[in-house]
Ligand binder design. Structure first.
Ligand code: F6R
Length: 263
């Protein structure tokens, strides 16, 4: 596992865009990109859009799969993840909309929807690179604490902490935040060939400490990524404070963890 500390959220966006762009360019033919929503990946999406507009990055061969969607929610609801992706990425790049996949928040049979999503990922040859964020409680996608390493795409109940955190997008009304979601599982995420997890701000500092420095446990779902063969955590200096303090500025890192500071 690599931990890459960048100066600020904009730098996390630039460095993660470098990784995504290099990976897309390195693969001939079709490319499968896993996407996340939330505030953290916005600088990354801004960079990808800018590079596309500058003629440096083409998405014509890209198929995408999003991590999760609230349930129930209509795709045209202004807080649906489908709408988020359209607004913040898909409308601005040359990705073919038919090749963008977001779980259907209005599926009449949500279990069948999740099963079909797994099948679609497999049919596309699996995910080449998955972008992840992290919740204050260590969740990845909507795999809340307690989610097992073999979990697959499924209906999940959201933690009260997650609903409270996300109520900022629902006019601070927690009662408007859906109680459930459809989410890729940890097992699904683990099968991506590469994973990059982005975290910015001091609020995520403790979640990063438990995910990187403590033994993997379903209590902190992101910690289960420690066993992944190709995973990088890109964090900004605010988020890195607690981590750097615990590791004595990187001198006492667990085996298998490397630290890079990007100036
Ligand atoms: C969203 C997702 C979530 C978020 C996490 C952090 O698709 O998978 O796990 O990444 O809740 O959200 P932000 O970035 O808003 O702090």
């Amino acid at each position: 596992m690599k931990v890459i500390v960048c100066e600020n959220a904009a730098a996390v966006g630039r460095v993660s865009a470098d990784l995504v762009a290099a990976d897309i360019k390195a693969k001939e033919g079709k490319y499968v990109l896993g996407l996340a929503t939330g505030s953290t990946p916005l600088p990354l999406y801004g960079e990808l859009i800018a590079r596309h507009r500058a003629g440096e990055l083409c998405f014509a061969n890209v198929t995408s799969f999003n991590l999760d969607e609230y349930y129930p929610i209509a795709p045209n609801h202004d807080q649906s993840y489908y709408y988020f992706m359209w607004l913040n990425l898909f409308a601005h790049i040359n990705i073919c909309l038919r090749r963008t996949n977001v779980l259907n928040g209005l599926a009449t049979d949500p279990k069948a929807e999740c099963k079909a999503y797994e099948k679609r990922i497999k049919a596309e040859g699996g995910i080449d690179l998955q972008v992840l964020g992290i919740g204050g409680n260590g969740h990845i996608a909507f795999n809340e604490p307690g989610s097992g390493p073999k979990s697959r795409t499924r209906v999940v109940k959201l933690d009260e902490k997650t609903r409270k955190d996300n109520s900022r997008f629902f006019n601070n009304k927690i009662e408007d935040v859906p109680t459930h979601a459809l989410s890729m599982g940890i097992g699904t995420i683990f099968e991506a060939r590469k994973n990059i997890l982005l975290a910015t701000g001091g609020y995520k500092g403790e979640a990063i400490v438990s995910s990187v420095l403590e033994p993997p446990t379903p209590k902190v779902p992101a910690s289960l990524l420690q066993d992944h063969p190709d995973v990088a955590f890109l964090i900004d200096t605010d988020c890195a404070k607690a981590f750097l303090a615990k590791t004595n500025d990187g001198k006492k890192l667990p085996k298998g963890v490397t630290l890079e500071i990007v100036q």
